[in-house]
Design a protein around this ligand. Structure first.
Ligand code: ATP
Ligand code: MG
Length: 357
């Protein structure tokens, strides 16, 4: 051996531990403590050994130590807990404490051993993470609603301003066409071509405005907008979509109808783009003050673990539901289709305006 007795070996071991470490007997009296312990407590070793926690710690802290010591002695099981304690300067620190029973050769519990680590930095980092997640979520919600408002505004302006201009242009062209002499024919041909360019621009304009934000959603409501969406997305594709509403008489708050519409739009776009499905179902139902949106397909499904994180469609759907105090769920497996279900409260927070007509 290295010429140390058992006690010296124990001492060396204990003092090399940077966390507080100690041994106590069955009566919760300290048998050994390391230097880290004494540094934190701020008293010499001789004032600690043989004492119980209530003789050296303030009563509210000692009470916890005695209670947890007894719990370990009684159960014979390791206990781990987190506690807050002031340092000698009075500022609060978080500690993670682990206590275990010590047994003799016969297996009888003769005392406890403990270790306590300062985890204040980890706690602060965890708090910071929670805070910054909440901030990110707030920012994303804010950006979503700004984007939605911006889209609605541009859509309305395109429709109202540019739409009017094109209509006026078409009327002027009609007036000219009436008055242009039959010869040379080229002149009328050119005018006709110009008229059809204006007609095509009107069609394009309406499509762009509707893609930005279908006015039908604000004017005729969710049911009509969902019918339009389904028809629009499946035109010319082999996919058939079954749309169902358990009630068609609900006037939703605009943030609810926007969220439902956008979630359904993303889910259906994904079906068209990724699923190779032949059939999809979109169902809107109501359950105790909540709207349930269910979009399912019979396509190829996916491994949920594989959904690439940089893709924002699925994440965005969940965020929209979350923003209104709701939730979203995805069920999918290769070969078994995909099902997206969202729950949105109608009666809390921003959506409280929703009422039955
Ligand atoms: N209905 C579906 N059937 C099969 N796979 C799907 C379905 N919906 C989504 N996926 C898979 O999940 C992935 C993530 O979808 P997500 O909507 O997040 O992204 P994306 O559609 O690829 O891109 P974008 O960000 O433009 O939406 C898709 O790339 C696709 O592989
Ligand atoms: Mg997508």
């Amino acid at each position: 051996m290295i010429g140390l007795d058992t006690q010296q070996q124990q001492r060396a071991l204990l003092d090399n531990i940077p966390d507080m470490a100690w041994l106590k007997d069955r009566d919760c009296r300290y048998l050994a403590v390391n230097t880290a312990y004494l540094d934190i407590l701020g008293v010499p070793e001789k004032l600690v050994l043989g004492k119980r926690p209530d003789e050296i710690w303030p009563p509210e802290i000692a009470e916890v130590y005695l209670r947890t010591d007894r719990a370990v002695l009684k159960s014979g099981r390791r206990r781990r807990y987190e506690e807050q304690r002031p340092d000698t300067a009075g500022s609060l620190h978080w500690f993670e404490t682990i206590k275990s029973p010590i047994r003799d050769h016969a297996g009888r519990i003769v005392g406890t051993v403990g270790i306590s680590r300062d985890i204040s930095e980890r706690k602060a980092a965890e708090d910071e993470l929670v805070r910054s997640r909440a901030q990110l979520r707030e920012l994303s919600n804010y950006l979503q609603s700004v984007r939605e408002e911006e889209r609605a505004r541009i859509s309305r302006e395109l429709h109202d301003e540019l739409g009017q201009t094109l209509t006026a242009m078409k009327m002027e062209l009609g007036w000219l066409r009436e008055r242009v002499p039959a010869e040379p024919a080229l002149l009328r041909t050119r005018l006709d071509r110009l008229t059809s360019i204006v007609d095509q621009s009107v069609v394009d304009l309406q499509r762009i405005a509707a893609d930005l934000r279908p006015m039908i959603l604000d004017e005729l409501g969710l049911v009509s907008a969902m019918q339009w969406l389904t028809q629009n997305l499946t035109e010319g594709s082999a996919l058939s979509v079954e749309l169902s509403f358990d009630r068609e008489d609900v006037a939703y708050a605009s943030d609810v109808s926007t969220a439902v519409f956008r979630i359904a739009q993303e889910a259906l776009t994904n079906i068209v783009r990724h699923s190779r499905a032949t059939h999809a179902k979109v169902a809107v139902s109501h359950d105790q003050g909540e709207l349930l949106l269910d979009v399912s397909d019979n396509g190829r499904g996916m491994h949920l673990a594989d959904t690439r994180r940089e893709r924002l469609g699925l994440v965005g759907m969940g965020e929209r539901a979350h923003m209104l105090g709701g939730s979203m769920d995805i069920e999918s497996a290769p070969g078994h289709g995909t099902r997206i279900s969202a729950r949105l409260p109608l009666t809390s927070g921003k959506s409280a305006k929703a009422t039955a007509r």
